[in-house]
Design a protein around this ligand. Structure first.
Ligand SMILES: [Mg+2]
Ligand SMILES: [Zn+2]
Length: 208
């Protein structure tokens, strides 16, 4: 199918954090444990230049488990933004689910409350947006929201798909971005100028 390039439709690339932007760890509870994966800065900058909003969407049950505070999470995200800004890359917003899997919240992926909140905050068309992640819960969330889904193999071990297949599979975020640009009818480095996304830049959790 593919998105015809429609500047009038505001769309986003939703990025999972651990295993997609950063080296996979089951729980990242200290800034010194957070490391960007190779190439993600340039990949994100390419999305910025293409005029797509770049929004991080991450499950952080370590908060509910008491292993991570909101303060330390903010430090980790500052480190992420700083590292990205060194190559001129920008994340427009970060949405966090701080809940425990047993809490039954709507925001924990594969739930779609974070996607819906971002769509509201940034006036996005989810049907024209993309979800990139290293786990099936990312794919399931994107699929449930009607977005195009890309599974990257840069993080978590491969999981059973139970019949749900992503729209695309990629080695890493760079490859995923190349595919997205193809869908958009764009080539790297040839995007429109930045269409700055509106809205608050950080979201310390979607409330249940
Ligand atoms: Mg992940
Ligand atoms: Zn939640």
């Amino acid at each position: 199918m593919g998105n015809a390039h429609r500047p009038d439709i505001r769309r986003a690339v939703f990025l999972d954090r651990d295993g997609t932007i950063a080296q996979y760890r089951e729980y990242c509870c200290r800034p010194q444990d957070f490391r960007l994966l190779p190439g993600v800065g340039h990949a994100i900058r390419t999305l910025n230049h293409a005029g797509l909003a770049v929004i991080v969407m991450t499950n952080q049950s370590a908060i509910a488990r008491g292993w991570l505070t909101g303060d330390v999470l903010e430090q980790i995200h500052r480190k992420m933004r700083r590292a990205l800004s060194r190559v001129g890359a920008r994340i427009d917003a970060i949405y966090v689910c701080p809940h425990h899997p047993d809490d039954g919240c709507a925001c924990r992926k594969p739930g779609i409350a974070m996607l819906q909140q971002a769509a509201k905050d940034f006036e996005l068309s989810l049907a024209s947006s993309y979800v990139v992640g290293d786990r099936m819960l990312d794919v399931l969330s994107g699929r449930a929201a009607g977005s195009q889904t890309i599974l990257v193999r840069s993080g978590h071990r491969l999981e059973p798909t139970n019949g749900v297949t992503p729209d695309h599979e990629a080695q890493d975020l760079s490859e995923a971005v190349a595919w997205i640009l193809q869908q958009e009818g764009l080539q790297a480095g040839r995007g429109r100028p930045l269409a700055a996304a509106r809205g608050p830049s950080d979201h310390a959790g979607v409330q249940r």
